[in-house]
Design a protein around this ligand. Structure first.
Ligand code: NI
Length: 167
């Protein structure tokens, strides 16, 4: 397993769109394992493959306190959504920024798991937010895209300044 580099906003690679996984083979499983390791290392609750520069529809999530409930969604699709709710979101690709975003309150998702089996899950609360946030990444979309252009510009400036300091 390996810890992968997480791309940071405004890196244009975060705008790439992920392709469907055609077969859950050993290579895909190894990507899933690396993504879990990367997410735990960064103390995140979710990670999408696009964030580690892999253009495949793969998401890993763990919203549990004990960090012992791994969820992997391959080729996820939201089949139903109910209600709306606003909550603060952050992102490993936009470190240190937390802003409110409105999303569906409850969703039903169909996906493949790490074994390549189809499963259906009903999610609400933090898990529902997280799945929607990560699925956006697979379409090249970031949570800052929901904010006002002014706010997004301010965040972009802040991130560029941070990257300059790290360089
Ligand atoms: Ni994110």
């Amino acid at each position: 397993m390996a810890v992968l580099t997480v791309l940071e906003f405004p890196d244009s690679k975060l705008r790439n769109v992920a392709k469907k996984v055609s077969a859950v083979d050993a290579k895909v499983k190894s990507i899933v394992d690396d993504m879990f390791e990367t997410m735990y290392e960064a103390h995140g609750v979710g990670l999408a493959a696009i964030q580690v520069d892999i253009q495949l529809q793969i998401i890993v999530i763990d919203v549990s306190e004990e960090k012992d409930q791994k969820l992997c969604f391959i080729n996820p699709e939201i089949t139903s959504e109910f209600g709306t709710e606003e909550s603060d979101e952050g992102c490993l690709s936009v470190p240190g920024i937390f802003e409110p975003v409105r999303r569906a309150e409850k969703i039903i998702v169909t996906a493949l798991n790490r074994e390549g089996d189809t499963f259906i899950t009903e999610a609400e609360g933090l898990l529902a937010v997280c799945i929607q946030h990560e699925m956006d990444h697979l379409k090249g979309k970031l949570f800052v895209d929901y904010l006002s252009p002014l706010k997004r510009q301010r965040i972009k400036k802040k991130m560029l300044k941070l990257h300059k300091r790290d360089a």
